[in-house]
Design a protein around this ligand. Structure first.
Ligand code: SF4
Length: 210
């Protein structure tokens, strides 16, 4: 089977297995996803979802967060780890959004990439989830799973994986597929234990490159 056909077959299986898979970070406005994505580096989404409640209680909008002292942001986001750099990036992001984009997150991939602390993974997540645009989010689950499945061969660099997947996955499927990989990676094709291939919905398709 070609990699293109394999990708389409896996996408269909994943749709059936995880019909409602979506972003596990809670947000109701674009700027909040930007904040949460930065906090989620080396932290669980569950913890981020708790910490941001304190942050938004104190700073409820882009303008107030843009003006907030970095030390105050740091004190609140510290439980997510890397408090200083995350606070600095969040502050920098909110300032730019407030000053250059009238308080609105830009719906432009390259503009997002220029924001402090925003890499391709985060920019893709925002393009896909907030703006409904084509997106490939190559997080740790995605990279591990597409290698195991045989969609890429020994490619670990996030950007290279992203570029390889753009050639295999229909653009409109990318965002949801990556969310489903996260669910599958947490529950079945796990990182810290042996993958549970016996209860995997793509077991007959997968290259099992473990
Ligand atoms: S068959 Fe095994 S290695 Fe392949 S995706 Fe499923 S759990 Fe992962």
């Amino acid at each position: 089977m070609t990699k293109e056909k394999l990708a389409l077959a896996i996408i269909e299986r994943m749709k059936k297995e995880y019909p409602d898979a979506g972003c596990t970070l809670d947000y109701n406005q674009a700027w909040k996803l930007l904040v949460s994505v930065r906090l989620a580096a080396q932290c669980t989404d569950a913890r981020v979802n708790v910490v941001v409640q304190d942050l938004y209680a104190r700073f409820p909008d882009v303008a107030s967060l843009a003006e907030a002292p970095v030390e105050e942001i740091e004190a609140i986001v510290k439980p997510c780890g890397l408090g200083r750099s995350k606070a600095r990036d969040i502050s920098g992001c909110m300032k730019i959004i407030q000053e250059e984009y009238e308080g609105k997150v830009p719906d432009d991939f390259d503009a997002l990439l220029k924001l402090p602390g925003v890499g391709r993974k985060s920019a893709n997540l925002i393009m896909g989830d907030v703006f409904g645009k084509p997106a490939i989010v190559t997080d740790t689950h995605c990279i591990r799973l597409v290698n195991r499945m045989g969609l890429v061969d020994g490619v670990k660099d996030p950007k290279k994986v992203e570029m390889a997947l753009w050639k295999l996955i229909p653009p409109e499927e990318g965002s949801d597929f990556c969310h489903r990989l996260v669910y599958h990676g947490r529950d079945v094709c796990t990182a810290r234990t042996s993958p549970h291939c016996d209860k995997c919905c793509v077991s007959d398709l997968c290259g099992k490159n473990i």
